[in-house]
Design a protein around this ligand. Structure first.
Ligand code: GLU
Length: 493
């Protein structure tokens, strides 16, 4: 870890500045993570600023979900979160200054007028933008409009000529022609600032040294630069993070499946796997190392290793990585993590509270196979169900004739009734020799036993599974499966 300063000697301070207009998705959290890693790497500060000035698009519960997501992932922020809605006075002060100094002007145009202008521009195949109508009002016209009490917004007086350039830490030198930038709105008619104004005022007043944000904000940056210039403020350094794409290379969206981070929690992903995977969306250490603990990421993170090209989000890979992290948990940790999922996901017919001792015996057989914590209940439900969903198709899936299968299960049942030590080794010693005696291959014979014991064709190792299930349950299952086969034989005859 370094001293809170980068080469430039400016104390490092970054922010995650989400708008509570929806639940945070993969892209938002990747931005939060890169800011957090950058701050922690340099021993700087990472603050959280909720940009809640778009009252129309505010989503109930979004702020809480943002906080919950960061907490779940361990992305701790410094100090208390800021809320822009509580800082309106600051933006109003800056607006006054910009108006007085001639960098901004009030615009009284009605929605209808703006719409007409837009239609006309579209007809003439021009880019839609404000036509400067109120920029050139005389003082007299302005006073008259003011006196009429008509609603107004405040617009920035964008220079008509020249260009605005800045050096992006990831993308290099970037220039925009001022003539293309529009007289963008700074203050809306409801008295709330737009994103542009509040973002710049806050980044300045909070001494933000670096703005690390998604690529989609790149076109806003020249506007912000112009605002900094007109206010005589030193802008922060900018780094626009590469876009996140779906496997089809289009921008990641709901179409590509789950995007809200909280859903990954519900789906049984571990925070440490999420962090590891998200870190690789745009950053790499050496193009080959895939596994990083949080500490290793902090140690190694740098903007130099963030690429320009879009990063592809591949849920399959995340799930695979999650499985690796699950296998790395101690058995105790895995059991603790799995418990709430078992409680939530096991069928209602399974008696609650669940038997913790029994769960502790089941979990070692599941941990190797689960890729998410949701898999746990799916892989383990047969340990808990009283009635298994047998069918003749399942019981005969290893291609044994029904009467032979029934007879074999009967022999197994009788053999095991007298078994005094019920453990995997003893079970194997008693059962293995039965296959040749019954004229069956071991594969077919064990396949039959597996389907009778687990109600499925794939499961953890048979004898260990039987040991955990216990003698009573196993004998019951052998009896039940014989019944199913005998019923079907009777129906046929
Ligand atoms: N409120 C913006 C967002 O939702 C912040 C963009 C920025 O970081 O400047 O992403």
């Amino acid at each position: 870890m370094q001293s809170g300063k980068q080469e430039s000697d400016i104390p490092i301070k970054v922010r995650f500045a989400p708008s509570p207009t929806g639940y945070p998705h993969i892209g938002n959290i990747r931005t939060a993570l890169f800011n957090w890693l950058f701050a922690r790497h340099y021993g700087g500060r990472f603050i959280l600023r909720i940009e809640d000035t778009d009252t129309a698009r505010k989503v109930e519960g979004a702020t809480q979900t943002i906080l919950d997501s960061l907490i779940w992932l361990g992305l701790n922020w410094d100090g208390k979160p800021y809320f822009q809605s509580q800082r309106l006075h600051l933006y109003h002060e800056v607006i006054q200054r910009l108006l007085q100094e001639g960098h901004a002007y009030r615009c009284y145009c009605s929605r209808q007028r703006l719409e007409k202008v837009r239609q006309e521009q579209m007809r003439q195949k021009q880019p839609p933008r404000y036509d400067h109508h109120c920029r050139y009002l005389s003082d007299q016209e302005r006073s008259k409009l003011e006196a009429s009490g008509i609603n107004s917004v405040v617009r920035f007086k964008t220079p008509l000529e020249g260009e605005t350039s800045f050096c992006d830490l990831i993308r290099g030198q970037i220039s925009f022609q001022n003539g293309t930038l529009d007289d963008f709105i700074l203050l809306k008619s409801d008295g709330y600032p737009t994103y542009h104004l509040a973002n710049v005022v806050d980044d300045h007043s909070m001494n933000i040294s670096h703005v690390l944000r998604a690529d989609e904000w790149l076109s806003s940056t020249p506007k912000h630069m112009l605002l900094y210039q007109s206010l005589g403020w030193q802008p922060p350094q900018f780094a626009h993070l590469p876009m996140i794409l779906g496997p089809d290379k289009s921008k990641l969206s709901k179409r590509h499946g789950t995007t809200a981070i909280t859903e990954y929690k519900e789906q049984g992903y571990l925070p440490q796997a999420m962090i590891n995977y998200l870190a690789l969306l745009g950053w790499s250490l050496d193009d080959k190392t895939e596994f990083f603990s949080q500490e290793e990421l902090v140690k190694n993170f740098s903007l130099e290793r963030v690429g320009k090209a879009g990063a592809i989000f591949n849920k399959e890979k995340l799930t695979w990585m999650n499985g690796v992290y699950i296998r790395q948990l101690s058995l105790e940790e895995f059991t603790q993590q799995a418990l709430p999922f078992l409680n939530r996901d096991l069928p209602a017919s399974v008696k609650r509270p669940l038997d913790n001792n029994y769960i502790r015996q089941v979990m070692p057989l599941i941990q190797e196979r689960a890729r998410t914590l949701v898999d746990v209940s799916q892989l383990a439900d047969f340990f808990f169900l009283e009635e298994l969903p047998y069918s003749t198709t399942l019981l005969l899936s290893s291609k044994i004739e029904a009467s032979v299968a029934m007879h074999s299960l009967r022999i197994v049942q009788v053999t095991l009734q007298s078994l005094s030590t019920w453990d995997a080794a003893s079970l194997e010693i008693s059962l293995r020799p039965l296959a040749p005696e019954l004229g069956l291959s071991t594969r077919k014979f064990f396949g039959l036993l597996r389907s009778a014991i687990t109600g499925r064709t794939a499961s953890p190792p048979l004898f260990q599974t039987m040991e955990v299930l216990g003698k009573k349950r196993c004998l019951q299952r052998f009896a039940n499966s014989q019944k199913v086969l005998s019923n079907s034989l009777m129906e046929k005859s």
